[in-house]
Design a protein around this ligand. Structure first.
Ligand code: SAJ
Length: 403
């Protein structure tokens, strides 16, 4: 196989599925990752992440020679940057991975190449990378196509959504936008919406921040209803009967590395203006603390009433229902907090989507619900909905399992 058409830098939850999808269209993709183990796994036609249909897509692409991986980039026509953009501190986005990926391809770039950032980034990142490129390679000024194109796929449905979701494509100039649109049109069936780089960067942050604000509204309602002795699930269901009301569901906090993180990109840049966005983050973080306190209070009340310590079932560790991903999970935070405050009570820790954990001893959900005096539902996994805890038990439903 001669020179690849596409270099994909970053082979994680988004980079690898995107590389496999492009390769499925008989386009030779060279994937790059700093982790040699990931490179080795992919070149063996295997995958290192859990995502339905990804294993066959990668296996076929590698077998047919349309996907290869290495730790360093090679010459191509299109370069996609899909690396992590973590946080150094709560309000300090870290674009160092984007910058080092860009530096790694500086010497490979040529006239009319296409350079695209997909990583969730602070507004202005694409322009910063353009300045970096042109300062090191002034010969490319006005000759390189530079764009930003965020993804919006839902973990667990990535291979479908990558193809069918609409995409927002923001070039640093019209020519770059058009070049990026014609690139994505090769393998995306969703509509491609043209804009500029700054708007595309802000669009990604706004999509997730709007959802965080909506969830914060639902979580705030759950605190109010707890005091007002109203069933918040019934209240929301009734309010949503209104043709133009759509209140989301309270939970034990907001997890994952997107909804809980992206709002900070805006708050960091516009602290005076982003009041609701900042407050929503506080409310959603506070909800997890509030749930841990509720469990603590229930334990003390049980002991006062029954003259003995309760056993407690903590139902769910994942960051959202029906997945096995515990990264940035509020449920995990709550379990850790409850265990820290434990006073010789028995705790049954439940997560039906994993068989074992390196810290927690996992108990079967039916056994835990049967044995425990207090059952705290942290994540609305589908298995829990069939449980019928006896009325003698104390049930704390933080996520609407029985709504
Ligand atoms: N959650 C609630 N109540 C709700 C909905 C969600 O408490 O009504 C919680 C979940 O339990 C979870 C967190 O919010 O802890 C986030 O879950 P999610 O399903 O909203 O989002 P993600 O992180 O799996 O995916 C989101 C999606 N963005 C939007 O829906 C606007 C996805 O499209 C993005 O691609 C993804 O973030 C991302 O990677 O940015």
């Amino acid at each position: 196989m001669n020179q690849p058409e596409v270099v994909m830098i970053g082979l994680g939850y988004i980079g690898l599925p995107t590389a496999a999808l492009i390769a499925q269209n008989k386009t030779y993709v060279h994937g790059v990752d700093i982790n040699p183990k990931i490179v080795e796994t992919i070149n063996a036609g295997k995958i290192h992440i859990v995502e339905p249909e990804l294993d066959t897509a990668v296996a076929n692409a590698v077998k047919e020679g349309y996907l290869k991986a290495s730790t360093t980039p090679v010459k191509a026509d299109t370069y996609l940057i899909v690396v992590p953009t973590p946080f150094k501190a709560k309000n300090e986005p870290d674009i160092s991975f984007v910058e080092s990926a860009t530096r790694a391809i500086l010497h490979l770039l040529k006239d009319n190449d296409l350079y695209i950032i997909e990583s969730t980034s602070p507004v202005g990142t694409t322009e910063k990378m353009m300045e970096l490129i042109f300062s090191e390679r002034p010969d490319l000024k006005g000759k390189l196509n530079i764009a930003y194109c965020p993804e919006r796929v839902l973990p667990g449905n990535v291979m479908y959504e990558l193809v069918h979701n609409d995409r927002v494509i923001g070039g640093v100039d019209k020519k770059s936008t058009e070049k990026a649109v014609s690139f994505y049109r090769q393998f995306i069936k969703g509509n491609l919406h043209e804009t500029n780089a700054r708007t595309a960067e802000m669009c990604k942050l706004v999509e997730n921040s709007s959802r965080d604000v909506q969830i914060a509204f639902a979580n705030e309602l759950s605190l109010i209803c707890d005091k007002a002795d109203i069933n918040v699930w019934e209240l929301i269901a009734l309010a949503n009967k209104h043709p133009r009301v759509n209140i989301l569901q309270p939970g034990c906090g907001v997890g994952g590395h997107c909804i809980a993180v992206d709002p900070y990109f805006i708050v960091a840049e516009y602290p005076m203006e982003s009041k609701i966005i900042g407050k929503a983050r506080e409310i959603n973080n506070y909800k997890s603390f509030w749930c841990a306190e509720k469990i603590q209070t229930a334990k003390l009340e049980f002991e006062l009433k029954n003259g003995r310590k309760p056993s407690v079932a903590l139902m769910g560790l994942a960051f959202k229902p029906d997945i096995d991903d515990l990264r940035e999970s509020p449920a995990k935070y709550i379990v850790q907090k409850v265990l820290q405050n434990s006073n010789n009570e028995t705790h049954y820790i439940v997560e039906p989507n994993i068989s074992e954990h390196n810290v927690f001893k996992i108990t079967d959900y039916k056994k835990a619900a049967e044995k425990a005096d207090i059952i705290a539902f942290l994540v609305a996994h589908k298995e829990f909905k069939a449980l019928k805890p006896s009325t003698s038990k104390v049930v704390l439903d933080f996520c609407g399992v029985f709504k």
